[in-house]
Unconditional design. Sequence first.
Length: 357
Amino acid sequence: MKHSILARSLLLLCVAAGTLAGCAPVTQRPAVEDKAIAEEARKQRELAWQDLQEDLARLYRVSYPILARGANFCEDKVRFSIGVRIGNAQGVAKEFRETAARLAGLRDELQVIQVAPGSPAERAGLREKDIILAVEGKSTQSGEGAREKLAAALEEAAKTRKQLDFKIRRGSAEQVLRIELEPVCDYPVVVNSADAINAFADGKQVAVTRGMLRFVRDDLELAVVVGHELAHNTMGHIRKQMGNAFLGTILDVLAASRGVNTQGAFGNIATMVFSKDFEAEADYAGLYFTARAGYEIDRAPNFWRRMAAANPGGIQQRGFGASHPSTPERFLALEKIAEEIKAKKTAGKDLAPQLQK
Ligand SMILES: [Zn+2]
């Protein structure tokens, strides 16, 4: 934030006079009433909440099909899902509960917040704002911890059943929906609050910063990011890179930065990066994940080009250091990967990455 010239010169004046403490304001500003401030605070909280809900919904909508269609490649890290986000007021930070109640109707009972397109829940007719009353005849709880208990109950039920009966309330009517359970990669994709344009994998989940969510221009670009980070997880890069002793989080400043430059669009964020081979591997397998979810990947290489342009410090010729893939090299490799995937699609083949024997 820049001080205005006036403010700066006033400050300088005070400092020059050596009386900083006694330097009272000299302008006569309009008075603001407390009531109006409270009202404005409420509006700003609403905006902040809505903004976050949009980010959460977008990331879930884009990532769910990637996690579901990629399940074959997640081996033992698979769980079962019906493709919904469910929550209640207690899952919202205290200062936003009133806002959540007013804008989304979130209260103590478990409520459907979002239904992923193409998910079993959507096929069964579950809708946003439906209240979950019972699963397989067992009443769900409400209040603190209800969501976690439901998740645990679903996990348990999934061991023996392929579909579950959900008793719901919509408006004033109750009904039962039978919903299939679908295997999905058990690497939840979450929103990280940082402003830097970044995404990361830690072997357990994938995080995408709000800075990245602002940077991506459309769902395809976001899907490319999620696919790339998911690939780091499925290929065990964190374990391989860090050794078993320390499973740390790797901030994967995508493409361009490569530890070369932490300035500019990427902000001052501590950066640990994967090796060149792991990056190339995540680009390769990641684009397959993205394509499997039905995204048209033609424009994917161009996204990495945009990433490079956002942080030109990372643009290097081939061979810059031994471990730094240059962004031009990366872009050209991605074009080839996209061609390989398209050829398989045209031939009606399964979109599976080629693994070395
Ligand atoms: Zn990466």
